[in-house]
Write a protein that binds this ligand. Sequence first.
Ligand code: SDX
Length: 431
Amino acid sequence: MADTPRTATLTLDGKTYELPIHSPTVGPDVIDIRKLYAQAGVFTYDPGFTSTAACDSTITYIDGDIGELLYRGYPIEQLADKSHYLEVCYLLLYGELPTPEEAEKFETLVTRHTMVHEQMHMFFRGFRRDAHPMATMVGVVGAMSAFYHDSTDITDEYQREVASIRMIAKLPTIAAMAYKYSIGQPFVYPRNDLDYASNFLRMCFSVPAEEYEVDPILSRAMDRIFTLHADHEQNASTSTVRLAGSSGANPFACVAAGIACLWGPAHGGANQACLEMLREIGTVDRIPEFIARAKDKDDPFRLMGFGHRVYKNFDPRAKVMKESADEVLGLLGIENNETLKVAKELERIALEDPYFIDKKLYPNVDFYSGIILDAMGFPTSMFTPIFAMSRTVGWIAQWKEMIADPQLKIGRPRQLYMGDTARDYIDVEKR
Ligand code: SDX
């Protein structure tokens, strides 16, 4: 006999409601409340979605209690060590690691779509030179739907695939163009004889006046940073992409919305804010002052790069990033990097402090990434654009999964209304 479906019982105003429970392959069960309002006339209430599953997904799994992150079941530590970003892109998009033939075909396809429409160069000219590269990226990625009309019909699977490849291929070019534009240097075209990370470094750092050789240490570190940022379940920017996509908006507009959300300092903007904080601290003797401020309820200051909605243990990405920081700075001969010293001492002190221990606040992905990017020569304003271009594949994989879901409905949350009840208009002379 089939197992009796498990249910949760809600008792409200003397009535009881049986709510179905669904079990995942791994992680917490969910209580299905889709019929709750129709049956009981009440909403659930969860601002910030601390206890709400907005969708089902097969892409990325996080266990915040043990610090586990899996892309299609593969641990992030193994992928960061053994794989490379375009292989991780294939895994996130199609669910399996590619065969050598599949990898060759995919990487050639991406490589051959790294150039942007030449007219987009003119689009950049409309921005002020001192615009933050994230502002430029939001605008230019959103404008891609004005240049690539032949891949905006989301009902056409082929067009969805073309738009996906175009964004994965062109985001590094657009990010590099945003950087070059902000420093007044000429755009650098991508090259098909370079791998993804090397191409990005060359588009950022080469100048027409001399040859540019990509440092293999930097390209390996860059590729690993891309992998560590590729996807992360239903975070704020991914949820933004899903919500935008649920209305049928074109994929370029959805990814532009994700970039806009990622920019916030509580989310992807934290890597820039974290390095600026570490520089403001300056030396290890000033750390106690900042720890005190972070603990002070009356001070809005927070330790940037610390804490996470899901991780109540180490963010596994932060551990890999910390090892990579040691390796890259060592190989670049920047061992006595004061910022890295401050970061390590800040982490040590914070992790011994009852405030951080009690609230389970650990370094997150943004705590060490900025130190590596800074050592590689990027200005802090490029940290979040690099996060955005890395996360583009995750946004696209999640968007594709949602669009292909036969249960797709437009996302439309309700509210707990605390405003005025109905009242009549008052003519101005009577107010
Ligand atoms: C990313 O969601 C994702 O997966 C995001 C991400 C991804 O890959 O997509 O992992 C990328 O965004 C990483 C997070 C980067 N942001 C920061 O580093 C900014 C600093 N951290 C925070 O502001 C905060 O920790 C959040 C936003 C990351 C998480 O906030 P939550 O889950 O809403 O937790 P909260 O704000 O309710 O904090 C819980 C308590 C509070 O104290 P009480 O009100 O309970 O007394 O911890 C405190 C907070 O004041 N707290 C901090 C703190 N973070 C939380 N106190 C000092 N410093 C901090 N960094």
